[in-house]
Design a protein. Sequence first.
Length: 301
Amino acid sequence: MKTLGFVMLAALAVSSAQAQTQPLSPSQSLAPVPASPSAIRLDPPLAPPANAIAAVTPLTALPSSEKARENPAVQYLLMKTVVAKSIGVLKTRALPVEAGGYNLLKYCWTPYNVLGEWGDSSGLVGEMTVRALETLSWSRDLGRAGYPEAPVAEAIGRYEAALVAAAFTDAARTRALEALRVELEALQRRTPGSSEIVARPRCNQQPASFALNVATAPEGGRPRFIPYVLHQFCLAQQLDPADAVRCDYWKSAKADAPMSFAGETMYSVNWPENVVTTGRFNPDEMRGVGTVTLRQRPQKK
């Protein structure tokens, strides 16, 4: 069923990318195909997600964030695929079903929690990232809570369609969440052994990101950063992720202040004499020292 659903979604994205007019169908939902990222590396091998949607996305001169606003239906499908492959394994770890039923609000993700320093500036793309994590978790958890896969996928698809149609506003999510809860409650009554459905707020919006100082060795490097998931999103859009104009999420290190990181992060450091070092690091591994130090790689002779 998941494979069939993905094929149908890819076909829809092809049609939407060509016409640029079709909204997201209410019955669509995307199954995760997660892959685990790793920690700090230099020049990691990076490839765009292997999916049919990226293959048919038209090449345009628009930067990534504007492409997302131009056709949010197609771009959300892209983002959901990217999230499943890049951060879904780490961020969507299952929490147990509580005694009072399955809580649709059990996860406390926000753009700031997931993207750190980029939480505010990511705008629509940040909201897409968070909702992709949310719906991927629901799909997994509800299956484990005894719900049939196909009706759950359709219900979540209607929730996602409502968000896309309303540009992922908070008000739209509140309405869509209530409609999803009612639909899942009806499904629960028809599904013996399944957990009850609730939507109890449990989050105080605490930030899950943390600040790190940035240093280069030797001194004098000029670092810039981009969350790994946004880097991969640019690749899926067929944009050069190293191009800070087209992949418009890069941020330069602050001169005298720490930066907030929330997950796997790509970096690029410009050194004197036009030397560039690129790589990727996991900020969790720097919690103890409070500083991420980016080192210049010796030049090959």
